[in-house]
Write a new protein. Structure first.
Length: 446
């Protein structure tokens, strides 16, 4: 007899764990299946030489969707205990530091008024108008002042992880400028971002559901255009695997919570309308995170500063660099008596697919950091480079209406969550949490 659940969630990243916990809280018997040995997906953390490392620098926006989701499942994040905040956002340029206040003294205040006035007038329901337009096109309607353009660009690159205004979707830029006005405080988690998924797993289990790792969904079973369950490959892949490793689990509802371009690995694309398939495949343009973590005895930056700088690139847009004094903001992250600083840049394919360019860029970032902190490498106990695919590109034609909604077209019982689906929120953690809430509400009929 096959096992039965009310709902199965495929993927144990932040969005999948969120959907699972929200459904469990809504009274459903839920099973979350994760192919890897750990939970959290791209928002996971691990121990390294006594430090807690996220897989690449991670910072969240305070009072956003992650907070809302954690509250909804009874695991609210405590500002005093769980989070660390930055005191200021500073920009390093030509050997000097500037605050955003220095930068808002633009040459054309009338243009600033026009820009922020236009921003205030855009309501959520109108955002889809800006999904196909670039940030550069939208800004050009209001702004000629290079300083104002620079502010918008900086805001966009930090929140939307897209380097050029000419690529960035206007809706993503608008959303990020609105988010920053609403909620300017960026936070980091004292236990690492993987702790979110661990807390969500506790919720699911406490409500009679289950969370299984090393459980790869091979197929979502669909009969007569209705979801019936999944087939799952359980355990490590070994050469002597038999059919016993593949089991069927039944459920009338399946939510996939991984990037939609991977959907057709578990579902036959012929089940979907052709334009939906095209949409999912078009979204497969990812941005990457490239950088390194550094351990030292003394903190490289003793203050709680979020430092932003542009790493110059020849014949190309600069790489936006953020430098975070992680252990100063969240001390429990580092080995006692030590400090952790994280440096990261956003880059894009084809840039991010060339190993030589990756190595060269890491060297260039290190050299650039030497201008800000001369001799910094000598202070390092260790430096650990990272390179990770971060999230779907928020470029024009890939945001909002160009992404799938929570409900699959034409298949009853199939739903989507994840940072490629149904949310226009920025940045990625916020989008993953928002998509989880939208997906769970669609399933629960809220
Ligand atoms: C280096 C880095 C830095 C980042 N920095 C930030 C930041 O500072 N701020 C921010 O907001 N966001 C940041 N992000 C983005 C954020 O982490 C992601 O947007 C978010 O975690 C995505 O969550 P998700 O659940 O949608 O997808 P994922 O985390 O990708 O989860 C999908 C899960 O599904 C599993 N899966 C896939 N197929 C199957 C299958 N067939 N069967 C079972 N399981 C399957 C995968 O193994 C994975 O665990 C960063 C990401 C990276 C990588």
């Amino acid at each position: 007899m096959a096992e039965k659940f009310d709902a199965i969630v495929v993927g144990g990243g932040l969005s999948g764990m969120g959907v699972g916990a929200l459904l469990a809280t809504g009274g459903k018997k839920v099973l979350v299946l994760e192919q890897s040995p750990y939970l959290g997906g791209r928002a996971t953390s691990f121990k390294y030489k006594g430090f807690i490392l996220n897989i690449g620098q991670h910072a969240g926006l305070h009072m956003g969707k992650v907070d809302q989701m954690m509250e909804a499942v009874g695991k609210p994040l405590d500002d005093e205990k769980d989070k660390g905040f930055f005191d200021e956002f500073v920009i390093y340029e030509d050997g000097k530091y500037f605050t955003m206040m220095d930068k808002v003294l633009v040459d054309k205040p009338d243009e600033a008024q026009k820009l922020y006035g236009a921003l205030a007038e855009i309501e959520d329901k109108d955002m889809s108008k800006f999904d196909g337009m670039t940030g550069a096109e939208w800004l050009a309607q209001y702004v000629t002042d290079p300083k104002l353009r620079w502010i918008a660009h900086t805001n966009g690159t930090v929140c939307c992880t897209t380097r050029k205004l000419e690529d960035m979707a206007a809706s993503a830029l608008i959303e990020s400028m609105k988010v920053v006005t609403r909620s300017p405080i960026t936070y980091m988690l004292t236990k690492g971002y993987g702790s979110l998924s661990q807390a969500l797993a506790e919720v699911i289990k406490s409500k009679g559901g289950d969370v299984r790792t090393r459980a790869k969904v091979l197929h979502v079973i669909v009969e007569d255009k209705k979801v019936k369950g999944v087939s799952v490959e359980i355990g490590e892949e070994t050469p002597d695997r038999t059919m016993e490793n593949i089991v069927k689990i039944e459920a009338p509802i399946v939510a996939t919570a991984f990037p939609v371009w991977d959907l057709f690995r578990v579902l036959d694309e012929k089940l979907f309308p052709a334009d939906f398939v095209k949409m999912c495949r078009h979204l497969d343009l990812q941005v990457c995170n490239i950088g390194f973590s550094m351990a030292s005895k003394e903190p490289l930056i003793p203050e709680k500063k979020f430092i932003f700088a542009d790493v110059p690139q020849k014949n190309d847009a600069p790489l936006p660099l953020t430098i975070l004094p992680t252990s100063v903001v969240v001390p429990p992250i580092s080995l006692e008596g030590n400090h952790l600083t994280e440096f990261t840049c956003v880059c894009e394919p084809p840039f991010g697919t060339d190993p030589e360019r990756i190595a060269k860029t890491i060297a260039e970032i290190k050299e650039f950091v030497n201008k800000i902190f001369p001799g910094w490498e000598k202070k390092a106990l260790w430096i650990r480079p990272f390179f990770r695919w971060e999230e779907p590109s928020r470029s024009a034609g890939r945001m909002g209406k160009f992404r799938p909604g929570a409900k699959a077209p034409g298949i009853a019982g199939l739903f989507f969550a994840g940072d490629t689906a149904n949310s226009r929120t920025v940045p990625g953690l916020e989008a993953a949490a928002d998509s989880a809430m939208i997906c769970a509400n669609a399933i629960l009929g809220k």
